[in-house]
Design a protein. Sequence first.
Length: 195
Amino acid sequence: MTDFWLYFTLGLQHVLDIHAYDHVLFLLALTVPYLFKDWRNVLVLVTVFTVGHTAALMLSVYGVLTIKAEFVEFLIPITILTTALYNIFAASKKAAKSGNINFLAITTLFFGIIHGLGFSNYFKVLVAGGDSKFAPLLEFALGIEAAQIIVVMFTLILAFICQEFLRVQKRDWILVLSAFVAGVVIPMIIESPIW
């Protein structure tokens, strides 16, 4: 049970670490077009992201897939920027409907794989000495999922307060927060060692 809490907590910290806020930015961009009534769609997207993240870790831990860290660290902010720009264009065209869930789920799965690869080298070292690699992967995934639900709930509550009490229009909410996310990740892309 101690190992469960170790890896579960590591998953929580991986998402909620204030110094590694890329995961939170992605979740913010992913969640911002939705309201509480859309909770099923948001849960699907977050879980699909976790599946992609865990699949990438699994492929890396078992030696099936190896990728250069610099390349992945460049791609992670690209996924965040892409999600934010999608929100901006969809909100501008009033197309931010929940009917796009299949496209968004496939894209989110792919983005989850990229984000998982970003943590794969560290995680591979972490579980290298253990007898089982599968159990720590699942425990870590549960921690990630729990942390993501915390971020999503916070975002949905903030959206509710802003839209219901402060009378911020949904379109403005999406545009402002997506532009904020884009503004934070563009310097990450520019400062990438890949250049």
